[in-house]
Design a protein around this ligand. Sequence first.
Ligand code: ADP
Length: 173
Amino acid sequence: MSVAIYPGSFDPITYGHLDIVERAAAVFDRLVVAVLRNPRKAALFDEDDRIEVIRRAIAEELPPEVGRRVSIDRFDGLTVEAARRHGAGFVVRGLRAVSDFESELQMAHFNRKLAPGIDTVFFMTALEHAYLSSSLVKEIARFGGDVRGMVPAAVAERLQSVAAGWSADPTVG
Ligand code: ADP
């Protein structure tokens, strides 16, 4: 059975990520979406919230046969350790542009050095999601823009309620 892990911050998950989840789930028997707890990166949503919206997005917006192959976990520390814990032989990452390539290449080499039995597999972004990033989505929401079409409904709802707090108190967020 082929198992892959898709690690990321997912703060929050976008349609770019969800598309990679669906495509990777068609290639591997099991896919673990692994939410990174990164103390060095200030996150808008805590891990529980990020996991909850990923769970809803998969249940509500992907076909059930895809959802059955996907699980969600959280991790900190090394990606390869998380992969080992899940018995994953592959790390899935997405590539949007040349600018992603350099750091992704370095990370793939680094992970291969640490764990030669675990390979990184890249999926090219779908053209319609090439411009999408979690930080762009947060910025749009912060200025009151409409993020539907960029993120799953579960995320749009959460961003809307967070943005309502920002407009009530412009000094936060
Ligand atoms: P990280 O902080 O680990 O980069 P992200 O949540 O930003 O976590 O991204 C996780 C993975 O998803 C990365 O491989 C990233 O390149 C990929 N990704 C992000 N946005 C998109 C997108 N719009 N299309 C395809 N892949 C994407």
